[in-house]
Ligand binder design. Structure first.
Ligand SMILES: Cc1cc2nc3c(=O)[nH]c(=O)nc-3n(C[C@H](O)[C@H](O)[C@H](O)COP(=O)(O)OP(=O)(O)OC[C@H]3O[C@@H](n4cnc5c(N)ncnc54)[C@H](O)[C@@H]3O)c2cc1C
Length: 397
């Protein structure tokens, strides 16, 4: 009554699932990967603006959020960015480094998917798309049986690599969490991460029509700070600094922006007061930030007048406003646009060396479905590769 028997079934043909399958396949296991989407690696394809920021050479465990910050260490240490770079180079995929160790394809993310599929083929891995899973069972003999739209599949190892909840239109589902609960695993509350923030009230009214304006800021929240660009959007704010800080922000948290990061604002204001006495503050600010943003700031938050008219106390207050601007975010754009999902399958229930369940032998969880979330910059793919590799290396042959 069952379909062909495999040594391992992987649910999810994304980064983590494909890497787990390739690694196990290379060790001689007969692996089947199933995915309900119409093609594999959809998030890889859309990542990095179509060029896939496939790793970060500066990856350390400190670049990840998890209820247990130690959990990711073992897998990351055993499959490093250099292992993946070796694979990319072997497939002659040209790449380049952007800022901060972020590696991107020169041409297209499609090359990364093609590389993974070529590795699957070489390792004898079977990949089935359009394959929806109705349910999973744990049989008395310890094997797992999947009831899927394309039949029933049985194997002694089951790898859950179904990702998080971000971008439902790309095939994201809560399936992995439901499966984890079915097998007695705790799932920590999830929320959208690496996501634009929304604004309401006066900030929204005053900034909305600046959509498209981008400026360098340092975003600060809960003791964490990120210096990079911020983009004003129609509904709020985005850009790398905001996406990064969104992982650390929750509704009600204090969010502050340094609008002139890297500039000694106090000295700059004094210099302007001494040397450009008749120039108005808004004109001078437009020399160090986008003109429209400077003007808007001076329309609503900072009274602009010729520099000679400011008292020392007023200059001090302006300095504070520019370097510690409080922005009241009302929420996030949610899973619709989030790059990742924070939270997920609790790591206490998993072995950090193998990703295998501590209660159900043969059951593995890898990639984003696990409560390990990286910063922006290639860290999430590195976790997917490393955790997938850990599981693929551990499955019994
Ligand atoms: C727009 C965008 C850009 C990104 N850019 C980057 C980047 O440049 N660098 C970086 O490091 N990270 C990036 N990320 C994050 C990165 O894509 C994810 O962290 C990574 O893809 C997670 O890999 P995964 O294999 O765990 O899950 P996924 O890649 O989400 O794969 C899960 C797979 O499981 C399948 N699936 C889900 N439910 C079921 C089910 N019930 N039955 C069968 N199959 C199922 C899905 O169809 C999917 O193919 C980006 C994310 C987004 C959304």
């Amino acid at each position: 009554m069952s379909g062909p028997t495999h040594d391992a079934i992987v649910i999810g043909a994304g980064a983590a699932g494909l890497m787990a399958a390739i690694t196990a396949g290379q060790r001689g296991l007969r692996v089947l990967v199933v995915d309900h989407a119409n093609k594999v690696g959809k998030k890889i394809l859309m990542s990095g603006g179509g060029r896939c920021n496939f790793t970060n050479t500066g990856t350390t465990p400190a670049h990840y959020l998890s209820a247990n910050p130690h959990f990711c260490k073992s897998a990351l240490a055993r499959y490093t960015p250099w292992h993946f770079i070796e694979l990319v180079e072997r497939h002659r995929i040209a790449y380049h480094e952007k800022e901060l160790g972020q590696l991107f394809c020169d041409d297209s993310s499609k090359q990364v998917v093609a590389m993974l599929l070529a590795e699957c083929a070489a390792a004898g891995v079977e990949v089935r798309t359009h394959c929806s899973i109705e349910r999973a069972e744990h049989l008395d003999d310890g094997r797992f049986r999947l009831h899927a739209s394309q039949g029933r599949f049985v194997a002694p190892a089951l790898v859950v690599a179904s990702g998080g909840l971000s971008i439902p239109s790309m095939g994201a589902s809560g399936f992995g969490y439901a499966l984890a609960r079915q097998f007695g695993h705790a799932v920590l509350p999830t929320r959208a991460g690496l996501v634009p923030l929304t604004l309401t009230g006066t900030h929204a009214e005053r900034l909305q029509d600046l959509a498209g304006v981008s400026l360098r800021v340092e975003a600060r929240c809960n003791g964490v700070r990120f210096r990079n660009f911020m983009l004003v959007t129609h509904r709020g704010i985005s850009g790398p600094s905001i996406l990064q800080i969104s992982n650390f922000w929750q509704p009600g948290d204090d969010l502050r922006l340094d609008l002139l990061p890297g500039i000694d604002v106090e000295a700059q204001l004094r210099e302007w007061q001494a040397g450009r006495r008749d120039a108005e503050l808004k004109t001078l600010l437009a020399e160090v930030m986008p003109k429209r943003f400077a003007q808007r700031l001076c329309e609503h938050w900072i009274a602009s007048k010729p520099m000679r008219q400011y008292t020392p106390r007023e200059l001090q207050a302006i300095c504070g406003q520019l370097q510690d601007w409080p922005l009241v975010a009302s929420g996030t754009e949610g899973y619709r646009t989030a790059e990742v999902t924070l939270g997920g399958v609790e790591t206490d229930g998993l072995s950090s060396a193998t990703m295998m369940s501590r209660h159900v032998p043969g059951l593995y969880f890898v990639g984003e479905v696990v409560d390990v979330t990286g910063w922006l910059g290639g860290y999430n793919f590195q976790w997917a590769w490393a955790s997938g590799h850990a599981a693929g290396s551990a499955m019994a042959a």
